[in-house]
Design a protein around this ligand. Structure first.
Ligand code: ZN
Length: 61
């Protein structure tokens, strides 16, 4: 039996709340750089996100 990283029901519940407050989680292997900002896709809401100056991830404007 293999152990695979997977979001639990609780992770999804908490995650959806965080996304609602514009605190997203990027796909760690797919972070890009556009010359000005790091950008990625949120693993929870699949939204386009950018990394803010404080280090948190927010929805791309
Ligand atoms: Zn999100």
């Amino acid at each position: 039996m293999s152990f695979q990283p997977k979001l639990s029901a609780m992770d999804r519940l908490v995650g959806s709340m965080l996304c609602r407050f514009d605190r997203h989680r990027p796909e760690s292997r797919r972070v890009g750089w556009d010359g000005e900002l790091h950008y990625s896709t949120c693993i929870r809401c699949r939204g386009k996100i950018v990394r803010g100056t404080a280090g948190g991830w927010r929805k791309r404007a």
